[in-house]
Write a protein that binds this ligand. Structure first.
Ligand code: AMP
Length: 661
């Protein structure tokens, strides 16, 4: 087994052509990820590759770049085919090819997946594409119709192969493997390596280069590790809440690309935080200056890439936030090692997108330490903190030598306006808040910020939703619960029954529903219970602890031409109106010209069967921190802020201003 090299090479070292190097630089990619360092040279050399890699490791670029490096504008047939388990992944991979091919005029990639009308796919195939990215069922359809030819294919990629097998595509994958030319290069990527995958690899891959990501197995015990599953609130808003509520000294935030470090630092600054970006493009002198500023406390937040943070040793870093998940466990261990320096304790926070949970588990396994699910601070927490800070600023101002002069201003204003003392104080507080409200408007609409899923799932302790920690529940929810009890499906507290808007009439099969739910909510098949398919809808038993974020997402997932519109089943909701037929059994995309009406399910919304995700439980995605551009401009211009200083840098600037006067 070949492990990715260390120290990490550059993209140029891997043998990629200049056109691709320029694109990668424009995208802000600084260095290849470990899976890319190991895979790209092997694929460029023509070897088959068996890669154990999951989402988040950079595997898409690992196979896309070598394919693009061999792009021949004169070729008339597709040179590469990528099989992906879901339409979402197929689209995502096709988009990645498109992005990386920015400097390859004439390159065409075509995604083909079930559920989409054949017309545009046939037109695309007729026009000719260099790379096809497709779901197995639809690829086989086209092969059997003769509308897709793979007789001159030079590379076949099986992406997320374990997922394809789990979704029942084993025959389709086998058929494709049998139809490709004997000398076609094959790359198989899989997050896990069950026997079935090994059998395929043994049978169809020749002298394959084995590639896996490194696993480092140490973590400092003085670092508390927490994770938050991205959902309901954008990452930037989540980070803003953490910054507002969590006591920290200095924070190091990791982002993947040069561009994202700059964007994020800029947005944090606009929200009133003292932040700077550190990436491979920052010249050494400037880097030293930034690190000094961080050490002195002139900057509190550094947004960095892995490359730029190498060797960073600043004692005051109390928090490391993995805003973008690291490529592997080694990078994670390296990142969080930037805190907890000199015997201090440190905090590490990891943002995990639902699709990246494989990496979370890999990190836990490798570090042999559990990572706690964290509660995102609620808007009420944020308000409380803002109030505290406001009280502190007032207390500070009360101590100021300028109070006597200020009192005169107040007396004169009272006279001039005829306002009461309380009204005048309220008006001054309003002026002091600047662009950031002292209080966020609707804290009540907020999620509790409790750990939202996965914690229980990882503990193998499926739990019933904890009502005490949820916001107000509509009375109908209790009726639903009774119905659930009656069905006896949750007798052991593990499962509750949901209703999805897809049934026999739409051509749904249990496999489609299981596949979509497992894939999109990241559940194992063990976690999906009984499925009853009715004509117009189906009932499916799912873990009682399924998070609101996962449910919200599942509402929008398409199966057999229908959006799942998942809702807790109380038995009382009228069956959804007869919906239009979409694609076939494996339809994975909204059919064209679909009338939105058939998905409104108005009857259901009005009645007690109101979908869970539309109840008051919906987490607020309202940004808490508002861009503070006006204040920011004032800050830059060295003008006094029209609100109390919020951080050390602002306090210093205010003192300097006062001295200047
Ligand atoms: P993947 O694991 O292929 O789904 O990629 C995850 C994310 O990492 C995508 O958003 C890519 O754009 C990004 N990415 C992949 N390789 C790199 C790299 N070498 N540097 C920075 N970002 C990357």
């Amino acid at each position: 087994m070949t492990d990715p090299e260390t120290p990490s090479p550059t993209f140029a070292d891997l043998g990629l052509p200049q056109s691709l190097l320029s694109t990668l630089s424009e995208l802000g990619y600084e260095a290849p990820s470990p899976i890319q360092s190991a895979t790209i040279p092997a694929l460029l050399a023509g070897s088959d590759v068996l890669g154990q890699a999951q989402t988040g490791t950079g595997k898409t670029a690992a196979f896309a770049l070598p394919i693009l490096a061999r792009f021949d504008p004169a070729a008339s047939k597709p040179s590469a085919l990528v099989l992906a388990p879901t339409r979402e992944l197929a689209i995502q991979v096709a988009e990645a090819f498109h992005r990386y091919a920015a400097h390859l005029p004439g390159f065409h990639v075509l995604p083909i997946y079930g559920g989409q009308a054949y017309g545009p796919q046939l037109a695309g195939l007729r026009r000719g594409a260099d790379v096809i990215v497709g779901t197995p069922g639809r690829v086989i359809d086209h092969l059997e119709k003769g509308t897709l030819k793979i007789d001159s294919l030079s590379t076949l990629v099986l992406d997320e192969a374990d997922e394809m097998l789990r979704m029942g595509f084993v025959d389709e994958v086998g058929k494709v493997l049998e139809r490709i030319p004997a000398d076609c290069q094959k790359a198989l990527f899989s997050a896990t390596m069950p026997d079935a995958i090994r059998r395929i690899a043994n049978r169809h891959l020749s002298n394959a280069e084995h590639v896996s990501i490194k696993s480092k197995t140490t973590t400092a015990a003085n670092i508390r590790q927490r994770y938050w599953v991205v959902g309901g609130v954008h990452k930037l808003d989540a980070l803003t809440r953490i910054l507002e509520v969590e006591p920290f000294d200095a924070m190091l935030v990791f982002a993947r690309t040069r561009i994202s470090t700059e964007e994020l630092a800029g947005r944090l600054e606009a929200r009133g935080f003292s932040a700077a970006a550190l990436n491979g493009d920052v010249p050494q002198k400037q880097r030293e200056k930034i690190v000094d500023q961080l050490k002195r406390g002139d900057i509190d937040i550094l947004v960095a890439t892995d490359v730029a943070a190498r060797g960073l040793d600043v004692e005051r870093i109390s928090h490391v936030v993995n805003y973008d998940i690291p490529y592997d466990t080694e990078a994670y261990v390296h990142r969080i090692g930037r805190t907890g320096r000199a015997g201090r304790s440190g905090e590490a926070i990891l943002f995990v997108a639902p699709r990246e949970r494989g990496m979370l588990r890999a990190i836990e396994r490798a570090t042999r330490q559990p990572i706690e699910a964290m509660s995102l601070p609620t808007a009420s927490d944020v308000n409380e903190k803002r109030m505290e800070r406001f009280h502190e600023s007032v207390a500070e101002a009360l101590e100021s030598a300028e109070m006597a002069r200020s009192r005169e201003v107040v007396q004169s204003t009272l006279k001039a306006t005829g306002a009461s003392l309380e009204d005048l104080a309220a008006a001054l507080a309003l002026m002091a808040r600047g662009d950031q409200p002292t209080l966020d408007e609707k804290p009540g609409r907020e999620s509790s910020g409790k750990p939202r899923k996965f914690e229980a799932e990882r503990d193998n302790r499926p739990q019933r939703p904890d009502r005490t920690h949820r916001p107000e529940r509509a009375p109908a929810m209790d009726e639903k619960r009774n119905y659930q009890q009656k069905r006896g499906r949750d007798a052991d507290g593990n499962f509750v029954t949901y209703r999805v808007s897809v049934g026999h009439a739409h051509g749904a099969k249990p496999g489609n529903i299981v596949g979509a739910i497992a894939n999109e909510a990241g559940l194992s098949s063990r976690q999906i219970g009984r499925i009853d398919i009715h004509d117009e809808f189906s009932q499916v038993d799912l873990p009682a602890n399924l998070s609101q974020g996962a449910l919200d997402h599942l509402k929008t997932v398409w199966v057999a031409g229908q959006q799942l519109q998942i809702a807790l089943d109380d038995g009382s909701a009228p069956p959804p109106p007869k919906a239009k037929r979409g694609g076939g059994a494996r339809s994975e995309f909204p059919p064209k010209k679909r009338s939105g009406k058939s998905f409104e399910r108005k009857g259901e919304r009005k009645g007690p069967g109101k979908p869970l995700a539309e109840s008051s439980e919906k987490p607020s995605d309202k940004p808490v921190g508002k861009p503070n551009t006006a204040s920011d401009d004032r800050k830059k211009a060295g003008k006094p802020l029209n609100r109390p200083p919020r951080n050390r840098a602002e306090r210093k600037a205010a003192i300097a201003n006062r001295k200047r006067k």
